[in-house]
Design a protein around this ligand. Structure first.
Ligand code: HEM
Length: 170
């Protein structure tokens, strides 16, 4: 790989960490904000919290998620980390993406759908979210050797089968 691309790695990693920090902070903050979507707080406060949660989700947390995933994907190729701990990390990142989508669904239901909707209690969602975040950090910072974990043959050996579509050849 050309040298200047390697020079990008520290900057891209810093960018990755900033964006994922914003993403994760938003995933923890939004359940707390959603819990305040309670008509009893009065129309002015309700409208303020509704607008704050909507704009945070749309203009801060979702773009941060996209940028964290894009910069992480670029880092996979630049650092050539095609190793088991990285694939395990991606499984847990998928949980964050599911949590993100669930928050969007709750936001629309609670704040933008007619009728009375009770926001979910924030404690359980935040504890559930903590699990994948801690596991991701442990995997990425500890970089454990997961190569010893037994895998079925069909996952670890070439099967020599044809792909169901044609692959362009160089
Ligand atoms: C699709 C999403 C993601 C991908 C593809 C990805 C990929 C990567 C890659 C390739 C690195 C560089 C690893 C190295 O230099 O050895 C990295 C670093 C890092 N990632 Fe991610 N990442 C993603 C999401 C996340 C998330 C959600 C978190 C935290 C909750 C996270 C936390 C970190 C941290 C703390 C580092 C710095 C680790 C170090 O340099 O020792 N990443 N990521």
């Amino acid at each position: 790989m050309t040298l200047w691309l390697y020079g990008l790695i520290p900057h891209l990693k810093a960018f990755h960490i900033v964006t994922l920090a914003v993403w994760c902070a938003g995933l923890f903050a939004l359940p707390l904000m959603l819990a305040r979507h309670e008509p009893a707080i009065g129309p002015a406060d309700y409208s303020r919290i509704r607008r704050a949660s909507h704009y945070s989700y749309t203009f801060v947390v979702t773009p941060a998620a996209v940028l964290a995933i894009a910069s992480g994907t670029a880092l996979v190729f630049l650092r050539e980390v095609f190793v088991p701990w990285m694939f395990a990390k991606l499984v847990f990142v998928a949980f964050l993406v599911i949590f993100h989508a669930w928050l969007g669904h709750v936001l629309v239901t609670v704040a933008e759908t007619e009728g009375r909707h009770t926001p979910p209690e924030p404690t359980a969602p935040m504890l559930i979210l903590l699990a994948p975040v801690v596991v991701i950090l442990a995997l990425v910072l500890g970089k454990p050797d997961l190569g010893q974990i037994p895998m079925p043959d069909w996952l670890s050996q070439p099967q020599g089968r044809q792909l169901p579509f044609d692959v362009p050849r160089r």
